[in-house]
Write a protein that binds this ligand. Structure first.
Ligand code: GTP
Ligand code: MG
Length: 149
């Protein structure tokens, strides 16, 4: 089963966008497997963004992600990784389409309110990184037969 790691970044939490952002994925019909408010330690932020280590914005990215609580989520569903990226919109919110989370709710790349895994492999890697085993739930929502035939 495909899974993606979605995270409301500290700007989204400070701006009271947590409910709005969770709601977009809930309404779409993906399955919520894990959810928590969490103060990210520096070493975890560095591990999460290790591929961007050489970028000029990397130190400010680590400061940003560790500056306040984030909301960590694990979502499951067929095609969830690519679909979640579409719901989130382009990295630069000014280029993100209206109707997407970043297109509707943000104005700058360095404050783009939400993260989404970029591949199914990274979805699994990031969920394992941000969640402990007992923090994830296996469950079947009551609406399941009305979402998938
Ligand atoms: P994520 O879902 O958060 O991984 O975003 P993304 O996949 O759309 O972009 P990418 O993985 O390339 O970059 C990760 C994050 O680094 C972005 O979401 C931004 O928060 C930040 N970032 C990327 N490029 C820039 C930049 O040019 N300037 C600044 N300040 N931040 C950047
Ligand atoms: Mg990325």
């Amino acid at each position: 089963t495909e899974e993606t790691y979605i995270m409301v970044k500290p700007d989204g939490v400070h701006r009271c966008l947590v409910g709005e952002i969770i709601s977009r994925f809930e309404k779409k019909g993906f399955l919520l497997k894990g959810l928590k408010l969490f103060q990210c330690p520096k070493d975890l932020a560095q591990e999460h963004y290790k591929d961007l280590k050489e970028k000029s914005f990397y130190p400010s990215l680590i400061d940003y992600i560790t500056s306040g609580p984030v909301v960590c989520m694990a979502w499951e569903g067929a095609g969830v990784v690519a679909s979640a990226r579409k719901l989130i919109g382009a990295t630069n919110p000014l280029q993100a389409e209206p109707g997407t989370i970043r297109g509707d709710l943000a104005v700058q790349t360095g404050r783009n309110v939400v993260h989404g895994s970029d591949s199914p492999e990274n979805g699994k890697r990031e969920i394992a990184l941000w969640f402990k085993e007992g923090e994830l739930c296996q469950w079947v929502p009551a609406q399941a037969p009305w979402l998938i035939e």
